[in-house]
Design a protein around this ligand. Structure first.
Ligand code: ATP
Ligand code: MG
Ligand code: MG
Ligand code: MG
Length: 468
């Protein structure tokens, strides 16, 4: 099956089972507490929190997501991206554990035809109900139902109080036994890379109060999320998400622009994967009006873009290239997300402008950092120096950290953050809050073409990930 068929069959399967299929909500959530939509459930938070009554009790979506907490994983693991699509079905006071488990199982084994023997599941250790559904109704062998603690199979509350409950996850065995130190006894929780978490089913059944007591919720809800890229990899029989048809056209474009070959060399593969992932993220972020800046969402975009440029430099490119690679993104995703096609020229212009800006300083900054490391014995990059790279050469901390790590160096992040705070304070004092929040003059040409987001309430939760 192609990724298009898989995405469509998910939505059709749930539609057939009484779900209202909705289009993906934007990456910028309406919830002012959140930087990005990090999961399919985010647009429905007010319903989960009991603040809004649902119009539909069953909903299914394929949701665009961005997770900043996975930036460092990208390129290093086979299955993390910053941008990904999350397939999700939701029940608001309608079906509960049995329904959610049956649907997930039927979709994976009957619609997608993944072999049952390759699936493993986990439940929260005290969730007898979920355990018995898997064992007695679905018929999963007991040795493949893992009982896990709160760290792994419990969701919420977000903050001190709120809805929460146990979860159940479905894993796919890729058969990569060569990755297991102990292949005969290996389970998904050995984390060797052989098993992939593909689907998370959350059973929101309690409300946690100030004292930590769990009260049963009057309306129990279901929230599930399956990463499309991971599901497609399982169906298409490839190990890495990057080898699926969602990524290969982008990777082929990278191969031709850089004259490299994917899967020939581990080191260049990291760069190829980073560029492929980041090109998708950049396209979708700019399509929603986010512009590179030094704050909030704009800074996430800038970090992603600049990290891609650094990996381009590792592959030998000294001129803008992302604005070319993203042609493959438009091609692959334009039919499903027409909003990127509508803004195509605009996106390319923004991307190229930012590329040119950073390429002016990338080389000099890298050289400076390499020299610094040559002359530093304690293998630690000083916070002040990391800040100078940021301030003078535009190096986001991720880049400095990555180069440091490649050379066996650590980094004084606390020192860096301190310098950052000091600079912000100076800027606020010098110019006043309002002036300080203004858009970067480099992007003035954008004019009224697009509404920019300037919201500042999320600065404290910059590093969100997981389901919030
Ligand atoms: P992992 O443990 O692999 O980091 P997670 O437990 O953080 O995943 P969930 O919050 O449970 O992920 O999200 C639901 C599903 O979304 C996951 O089971 C996975 O299929 C997918 N997913 C999560 N994060 C990513 C990512 N960074 N890239 C691609 N898919 C992802
Ligand atoms: Mg997980
Ligand atoms: Mg999970
Ligand atoms: Mg995660």
């Amino acid at each position: 099956m192609t990724s298009e068929e898989i995405r469509k069959s998910f939505l059709e399967y749930f539609e057939k089972n009484g779900h209202k299929v909705m289009k993906s909500f934007p990456l910028i959530p309406s919830d002012p507490q959140l930087l990005f939509t990090v999961a399919g459930m985010v647009p429905f938070k007010p319903i989960f929190w009991g603040k809004v009554e649902p119009t539909y009790t069953r909903i299914a979506t394929c949701q665009k997501c961005i997770r900043t907490n996975d930036i460092e994983n990208v390129g290093r693991t086979a299955r993390h991206q910053t941008f990904f699509e999350m397939l999700g079905n939701f029940s608001f006071g309608d079906y509960f554990k049995e329904g959610a488990i049956k649907y997930a199982w039927e979709f994976l084994t009957k619609v997608l035809k993944l072999p049952e023997e390759k699936l493993w599941v986990s439940v929260y250790k005290d969730d007898e109900e979920a355990y018995n559904i898997w064992k007695d109704i679905i018929g999963v062998p007991e040795n493949k139902i893992l009982k896990m603690g709160k760290e792994d199979n419990w969701w919420g509350p977000v903050g001190p109080t709120g809805p929460c409950g146990p979860s159940s996850e479905i894993y796919f065995d890729t058969g990569m036994v060569e990755l297991c130190p102990n292949p005969d006894n290996c389970t998904p929780y050995d984390d060797c890379g052989r098993y992939v978490e593909i689907w998370n089913l959350v059973f929101t059944e309690y409300y946690q109060d100030e004292k930590g007591n769990l009260e049963p919720l009057p309306r129990k809800n279901i929230d599930t999320g399956a990463g499309l890229e991971r599901v497609v990899a399982a169906v298409q029989g490839v190990y890495q998400n990057f080898e699926t048809d969602l990524f290969m056209p982008i990777i082929n474009k990278i191969e031709s622009v850089f004259n490299v070959k994917f899967k020939e060399n581990e080191k260049t593969d990291v760069s190829i994967k980073v560029i492929a992932d980041h090109s998708r993220a950049v396209t979708f972020l700019v399509s929603e009006g986010i512009l590179p800046s030094n704050e909030g969402r704009g800074y996430v975009l800038r970090r992603i873009l600049r990290r891609a440029l650094r990996h381009g430099a590792l592959l030998g490119k000294k001129e803008p290239f992302i604005n070319k690679i993203i042609d493959a993104v438009f091609e692959k995703y334009g039919d499903i997300y027409p909003e990127i096609i509508e803004k195509k020229d605009f996106i390319k212009k923004i991307v190229e402008t930012e590329e040119k800006r950073f390429l002016e300083t990338l080389d000099k900054g890298t050289e400076k950092l390499i020299n610094y490391m040559k002359n530093t014995e304690n293998k630690i990059i000083d916070g002040e120096f990391a800040f100078e790279l940021y301030d003078t050469y535009g190096f986001p901390l991720d880049i400095t950290k990555e180069i440091a790590e490649e050379n066996g160096f650590g980094i004084d992040e606390e020192g860096f953050n301190k310098q950052m705070e000091l600079q912000k304070k100076r800027a606020r004092e010098a110019a006043g809050e309002k002036e300080y929040a203004k858009m970067n003059p480099a992007y003035k040409f954008v004019g009224d073409e697009i509404k920019t987001t300037d919201f500042t309430g999320y600065e404290k939760i910059e590093d969100e990930g997981e389901i919030l």
